[in-house]
Design a binder for this molecule. Sequence first.
Ligand code: FES
Length: 174
Amino acid sequence: MKQENCEPHGVHSHKPNVVYGFEPKILAFCCHYCAYSSADLAGSMRIQYPPNVRIIRTPCTGRLETEYFMKAFENGADGVLVAGCLEGGCHFVEGNLCAKRRVNYTREILEEIGLEKERLRMVNVSAAMARPLADMIIDMVETVRKLGPSPIRQSSFAEATEDKIGASKQESRK
Ligand code: FES
């Protein structure tokens, strides 16, 4: 089964913006059936990944709206990871494909408001892919570490984001 990530690991076009001592905060939305189970398995197998990641379990990534990703940035996340089942393996049939469209749409919004799209990424894993998931998390943390702290935390971006959220609500549900 094909595994597709929105961003090639370790590849992004922005110059590194190394801030000494910066530890990125990453919010990871993990679907219950595969990604969360995989993260759980990583714990059981003592496979380590950085503590920078906070995991939120969701029934399916298809439940996630653009609004959720933008709110995560507004509330201080430097990066957002969406981890769903492998394509073709979603327990709600096409939830992960919906999520993929919404993630890609949100990445466009991020660019419009001056935030690097690499701060948002979707990955697909099975429940048994503990090691690959840990590697994806590590890669995400390193990517965001190079980008530096999210400027959206400095609230000049907050209003623009609110406007975009409002405008995108209808669009993202398509
Ligand atoms: Fe995992 Fe839908 S159940 S992405």
